[in-house]
Design a binder for this molecule. Structure first.
Ligand code: DGI
Ligand code: FE
Ligand code: FE
Ligand code: FE
Length: 187
């Protein structure tokens, strides 16, 4: 991408208007968190603008990318909820010509988290969760925590996401459990 405007235009072509609005709100929150935690603003902006770029791509395209990029074949048993981050990072790299590894890692990890996350990755993970359009019980508390104690807020999200998945009988992606053990368990 030549500029933010160019990137915004390319993303807008790949997602619904509602998702595009979410993406802009994630950028706004990611920039606020980046200022708070001393992260490069341009990196935060690019990571936020591209994090859900792949969310509406076809199942076949995700499966093709898993093969082409030689990703873990076990990924094929999941769906776009998991693919759009992990496989989406590869799609973003190819189609938007973004080669910055910290940005690609942040995209890769934005849904599941990971045992090790850079501050940029933590910011994207939290900005996606507490952007101003989110409305779930506890969102205000989670938002405040992201500005007070970023690490604790990552743990908060991981704990609540895992509890939600279990309560609804949903499969838990193994990396989500590893994230929980690293970020949310008292040691
Ligand atoms: O893409 P967004 O909707 O903005 O947000 P996201 O990428 O964080 O995705 C959130 C969804 O992903 C939410 O409905 C919970 C789901 N999710 C997160 N971890 C797991 C998961 N779903 C399953 N089945 N397993 C997981 O481990
Ligand atoms: Fe997402
Ligand atoms: Fe998220
Ligand atoms: Fe998102």
């Amino acid at each position: 991408p030549r500029s933010r405007a160019d990137l915004v235009q390319r993303v807008a072509k790949q997602v619904s208007p509602k998702r595009f609005e979410h993406i802009l709100r994630v950028e706004e929150m990611a920039l606020r968190l980046a200022k708070q935690w001393g992260v490069d603003l341009e990196q935060a902006s690019v990571a936020a603008l591209t994090h859900d770029y792949a969310k509406e791509q076809s199942t076949q395209k995700f499966l093709d990318f898993i093969d082409a990029k030689q990703l873990d074949p076990n990924l094929k048993a999941w769906n776009s909820a998991i693919w759009h981050g992990i496989v989406g990072a590869e799609i973003v790299a190819d189609e938007l010509d973004i080669q910055n590894q910290p940005i690609l890692d942040a995209i890769r990890q934005h849904t599941t988290g990971a045992p090790y996350m850079t501050t940029l990755s933590q910011i994207l993970y939290m900005a996606d969760y507490v952007e101003m359009g989110r409305d779930f019980p506890g969102v205000d508390e989670a938002r405040a925590l992201a500005f007070e104690d970023l690490r604790a807020s990552v743990g908060w999200q991981t704990r609540h996401t895992l509890a939600f998945l279990v309560a609804n009988g949903k499969p838990v992606y193994p990396l989500t459990i590893l994230t929980y053990n690293e970020w949310s368990v008292e040691k």
